[in-house]
Design a protein around this ligand. Structure first.
Ligand SMILES: Nc1ncnc2c1ncn2[C@@H]1O[C@H](COP(=O)(O)OP(=O)(O)OP(=O)(O)O)[C@@H](O)[C@H]1O
Length: 409
């Protein structure tokens, strides 16, 4: 008879996770004969350096490798040490577990005494779902449960962009033409077409929303009120957005920079014309807003590249597609000088003494993907963090604490 997978019989209701000690009751996917205890799996899934061995991973080797605790590779110790503010950005392909990993890291920071802010800049927010608390509203909302203050912020990128865009819509006009007219540059609007400012304002390039969202967070954090936060964790939008976001500041810098320079150059001429014809002074709003946006984008760019305060953590799953995408992501991040040290491989089947047919196939597939990571020139230098597939949905602070204790060591 074909063997069949079963989930652990214990499936706790959403809000009923008991504190840490009883979290071992959260199950891991298992086969009928497999009676592995969650705690031993939690111990055996650990962080191992990919550069340690070049041998292909066989099943027994994997079990042996993951059974070795994360001695010597103290990723979390490094992350948690110091009271200077640090930023962690978690990114990767859609659906791999970015939110779960980001939320679990935020909980772990808070439980280690860091006042922490976790921010979602993904237009499709799932922080509220992950924490099982209503964190919507675009402002800082306290998360109930952790030992030290933990706040969450779900930024509505469209709303943030709209605020910026409204400056160019005054007087009933639309987009760039109005903006240019407002500065006395209407006749140049067409010639400036290649600067793509029109596109920027009317149909913004992908990535602008997220960049504005992040710049909004920077704004928040610059104020005294939020100076308490020593750890900021970003749950970013899927890979494509991140890559576009990285190249965006340069694009904006060039476009806005050119526009503002041009404006300066002919400012004296236009003011002479205006004084002759008795026109009002040109509206400074739009130009100022653009200039401020440009400055903030530069700050976002600097933040992403600051090796002292920032780290980008790539999250993936053991499939060929996800690994390939992670490899491309790391190549791009490297090219842009964004610091990356670790790669989380999430949803790995836990060790098992006996597999059903389905699990055996799946495990083989995952082994191949892990092998691929080992041999990948982009990924093999990163510290690998393996996270098991658990058989209940990770929701709520206790569950996130449980996951965090497995992942972040
Ligand atoms: N290790 C795991 N074991 C079991 N389920 C998991 C694990 N990690 C994540 N999940 C589940 O997978 C789903 C997707 O996770 P999550 O929302 O964290 O992914 P994401 O990468 O942020 O997705 P998106 O790209 O849509 O924002 C959720 O239902 C989550 O509970």
């Amino acid at each position: 008879m074909a063997s069949r997978c079963v989930a652990s019989t214990f499936s706790p209701p959403v809000h009923s996770f008991a504190p840490r000690t009883s979290m071992a009751t959260v199950g891991l996917l298992s086969c009928p004969l497999n009676t592995l205890k969650t705690q031993s799996i939690a111990r055996s899934f650990s962080i191992l350096s990919l550069s340690a061995s070049r041998k292909p991973l066989t099943k027994s080797l994997l079990v042996r490798s993951v059974a070795t605790p994360a001695e010597g590779v103290a990723v979390f110790d490094d992350m948690v040490s110091g009271t200077d503010r640090k930023y962690y950005m978690l990114g990767g392909k859609g659906g791999v577990g970015k939110t779960s990993c980001a939320a679990s890291l935020a909980v772990k920071f808070a439980n280690n005494g860091h006042p922490t802010l976790v921010v979602s800049t993904d237009p499709a927010h799932s922080l509220s779902d992950s924490f099982a608390q209503d964190l919507t509203g675009g402002t800082l909302v306290p998360v109930e449960g952790p030992d030290a203050p933990l706040f969450a912020l779900e930024i509505n990128p469209e709303k943030a962009r709209e605020e910026f865009r409204s400056a160019t819509k005054k007087n009933g006009g639309t987009g760039v033409k109005d903006f240019m007219d407002g500065m006395g540059l209407g006749m140049l609007a067409e010639q400036l077409g290649e600067l793509k400012l029109g596109e920027l304002l009317d149909t913004p390039p992908p990535g602008l929303d997220e960049a504005i969202a992040i710049s909004k967070v920077i704004q928040f954090l610059e104020s005294q009120e939020y100076s308490m936060f020593t750890r900021i964790v970003f749950d970013t939008a899927p890979t494509g957005h991140t890559l576009r976001l990285l190249s965006l500041p340069d694009f904006l810098d060039a476009s806005i920079g050119k526009i503002l320079k041009l404006r300066q150059k002919i400012a004296s001429a236009t003011s002479a014309i205006k004084s002759v014809f008795g026109q009002e002074e040109a509206r400074p709003d739009a130009a100022d807003k653009l200039e401020r946006l440009r400055e903030r984008m530069i700050k976002v760019r600097e933040l992403f590249r600051d090796t002292d305060s920032t780290e980008f953590v790539i999250v993936t799953i053991p499939t060929v597609m996800a690994v390939s995408e992670s490899s491309r992501l790391h190549a791009s991040l490297k090219k842009e000088n964004v610091p990356v040290k670790s790669l989380i491989v999430n949803q790995i089947l836990p060790p098992s003494v006996s597999d059903c047919k389905f699990c055996a196939m799946k495990r083989k597939d995952q082994m191949r993907a892990l092998d691929m990571i080992r041999g990948d020139p982009e990924l093999s230098s990163l510290t690998l963090i393996q996270a098991p597939l658990v058989d209940v949905e990770i929701r709520g602070v206790p569950a996130l604490r449980f996951l965090g204790d497995i992942i972040w060591k």
